[in-house]
Design a protein. Sequence first.
Length: 334
Amino acid sequence: MTRVSAGARLHFGFTNLSLSHERLYGAFGVALAAPRTVVEAEPNDVVDATVGSTADVHATVDDIADVRTYAERACDLLDVPGASVVVHESLPRHAGLGSGTQLAATTLAAISRTYGHAPRVREHAPALGRGGRSGIGVAAFERGGFVLDAGHPTARFTTDRPTDGEWTVPAVAARHTVPEDWRFLLVRPNAEPGRSGGVEDAAMRGAVERADPGLADRIAGIVTRRVLPAIAEGRAEPFGAAVAEIGRLNGAWYADEQGGVYRPPVGDVVTSLESSPAVFGAGQSSWGPTVYGVTNVDHADAALAAGERALDAAGVDGEVSVVSGTNDGARIEE
């Protein structure tokens, strides 16, 4: 039996959505120590997927169909008869934390290792329908840390995503260790899930077709002159301010698709967090509704309180937590 555990990730945005530039997408984000996806697998004659007896049933029961699909594809890729897969923990679905990629990767890795194979997650992710536009989830699974990926050649990966398996996961262009004293505020409003599947594909197609190439030029300057120096030097305040600005610029690309720079009620949460000196920068992770805030260990309690106030200001319930980043990939136990 093999158990695989992988943390969530934050997706700060893309460096380019315009077809006028040579490379498309180019995502950047950071791996988190929590929350986590935990999957267990052992050999079997058929594919079977269940929820662990100690699991949060509300968080995992909807994942079973996806796990079964991932497990069936993994068994085909590995040429093995089947596996019994148990989901013990899972990330909130379509909340901006990378639930789909981590569930696929942990399932693949657990089945691979229980049969004595190397996981080869980067190689097999496309066949599982993962790692297409963004390579952050796969990179976070592999090694953790802050990651900027290289995106895709625009001529290859245009407005329509290729068929599953007909792409490679974007290469890691830059990776940095997340400082030990950095913390990330997570505010998850009780709101409709973020976009996924065909709805997400259609929204991305619309955003790419209308994308202003000038925004990509501005983002490139922020990445090279502000984001990368700040993470390399371990300075949380300028890092938070820089990623928050890139989030706003990304939101301009998506405004027609999500009803504004941020999807409701994220905008109200972000506005409230921006007034707190404990939060160095805030924004929407992927399609949301999770809102992130960059802080550090000295300001963690104040940031947590700011997150609670932000939910009140937005008039919604939700969950608030402060977590650390992780510089390690998935944990595999046999």
